[in-house]
Design a protein around this ligand. Structure first.
Ligand code: DC
Length: 223
């Protein structure tokens, strides 16, 4: 009955998305990109022309929106429309962080997130995966990195995708988003008490993944 869950939480740009993908691939497990759900709620709100302060309206959308994720959460669609690129902009991230501070929206997404826990297992990527959504996860990782390094990673990511970005603006936005995500009253960004905290500053993603794969092996999550 119980499906093994590995949670990967951490601030924006810590590398949790890439790490989660590698781990899901390694284990052959499903992947939940919970940040994408918050991004989708904000985007759905914009598409519907909802007032930016309409908490209940956004919560209703969170419960009712029709979303689907492609293999390894690479492609995302909303009401049948491909929104993979639209939800990945910095603006979409800021929008997501704003709606994510509203308890009714978080509540509305709980069941959706938990439904991803299907055999043979789930890697769940987010901010509150280990603290709120999957409190009894088999392994909880909290991934951090210095704010400078995270801004630089985001900058390189955006550049790779062909978007232009300014490093100083990104740095400012990351600090702002960290502050909002960490200080909100409900499900703030904090490591679960039983999380393994990994600081990835100066480590390659391969080194981080190797460390987590070893932790999973020790807990008999895989061989
Ligand atoms: O991981 P991300 O950058 O795609 O997340 C976008 C925003 O969504 C993030 O700034 C805060 C919010 N979020 C959240 O509150 N809880 C989660 N589990 C995941 C994301």
């Amino acid at each position: 009955m119980s499906v093994p869950v590995l949670t990967v939480d951490g601030p924006s740009g810590s590398g949790k998305g890439t790490l989660s993908r590698i781990l899901a691939h390694h284990a052959g497990w499903h992947l939940l990109d919970s940040g994408a759900l918050y991004r989708l709620v904000a985007l759905a709100g914009r598409k519907r022309g909802l007032d930016q302060d309409d908490i209940q309206g956004h919560a209703k959308l969170a419960a009712a929106m029709d979303v689907s994720f492609g293999l390894e959460a690479e492609h995302v669609s909303l009401e049948g429309q491909d929104v993979t690129d639209a939800i990945r902009t910095e603006e979409a991230g800021q929008d997501a962080s704003r709606v994510a501070a509203w308890p009714p929206v978080r509540e509305a997404l709980l069941g959706r997130q938990r439904a991803f826990a299907e055999p043979p297992g789930l890697v769940a990527d987010g901010r509150d995966m280990g603290t709120v959504v999957f409190p009894v996860a088999a392994l909880k990782i909290f991934l951090t990195a210095s704010a400078e390094e995270r801004a630089l990673r985001r900058y390189n990511q955006l550049k790779e995708k062909g978007s232009s970005a300014s490093l100083s603006a990104l740095s400012r936005e990351i600090t702002e988003r960290d502050a909002r995500d960490s200080s909100r009253a409900v499900a703030p960004l904090v490591p679960a008490r039983d999380a393994e905290v990994i600081d990835s500053t100066g480590l390659s993603i391969g080194e981080v993944a190797a460390r987590v794969i070893e932790l999973g092996r020790r807990r008999a999550l895989w061989r």
